[in-house]
Design a protein around this ligand. Structure first.
Ligand code: AMP
Length: 217
């Protein structure tokens, strides 16, 4: 299954991705996670990306495309993949189409998660993530049992530096400006499946799963 999950910051891409990976056993390729890993390892790429990420801006295409291409050409992607957060620009969409064609792993569907701004703001500002196992919590909807500590592994939780209302506004502007055209691009190929992601997590998952099961039919 070769799929892409899209949606603005806070739409639940991370949470749905976890479930998709668990259900279908395909690798999760998140460009945001890849950048964060580069930053924590203090690589040259990480240092370059951090300046953009801290402002809620997109990292330049050239760097991003190379990074994802490197990952997508690994052997584990032959059995399928879940892309998350890439492509976010038309240039990235075109590059993706080319690289997946060359690798013989064309995209089959795009799950597009849709949510209203107020709901996004609540989700984003309340989000906390485990430093160790990446489990996602939310102080408003899904608090950890002990504040600031992961229920799963006992490590400390952190808040992403770009998870503020101000940054959310910038990220949404970027989404509208750069990423909505990507959806238009794929819509013509009939690949886009819209899902109402303002529902409870289990209901969103039900809709996502139903859409993915239909691909297997
Ligand atoms: P995310 O974790 O997907 O919300 O991404 C966090 C940040 O990483 C974004 O605000 C961008 O600065 C950067 N980023 C992630 N994916 C991309 C991409 N495909 N193109 C450019 N920048 C990206």
């Amino acid at each position: 299954m070769n799929i892409l999950i899209m949606g603005p910051a806070g739409a639940g891409k991370g949470t749905m991705s976890e479930r998709i990976v668990e259900e279908y056993g395909i690798p999760h390729i998140s460009s945001g996670d890849m950048f964060r890993a580069e930053i924590s390892e203090k690589t040259e790429l990480g240092v370059a990306a951090q300046a953009y990420m801290n402002q809620g801006l997109l990292v330049p295409d050239e760097v991003t495309i190379q990074m994802v291409k490197h990952r997508l050409t690994k052997d584990d992607c032959k059995k399928g993949y879940l892309l998350d957060g890439f492509p976010r620009t038309l240039a990235q969409a075109e590059a993706l189409e080319k690289m997946t064609r060359e690798e013989g792993i064309p995209l089959q569907a795009i799950i597009c998660l849709e949510v209203e701004f107020d709901e996004l703001a609540k989700r984003i500002t309340g989000r906390r993530i485990c430093k160790h196992c990446n489990e996602i919590y939310n102080v408003n909807f899904k608090p950890s049992k002990v504040e600031g500590i992961c229920d799963v592994c006992g490590h400390e939780l952190f808040q992403r530096s770009d998870d503020t209302v101000e940054q959310l506004k910038v990220r949404l502007q970027e989404y509208e400006k750069q990423t909505v055209p990507v959806l238009e691009y794929f819509k013509d190929a009939g690949l886009v499946i819209k899902v109402n992601a303002g529902q409870k997590i289990d209901d969103v998952w039900k809709d996502v799963k139903e859409a993915l099961e239909a691909l297997n039919d």
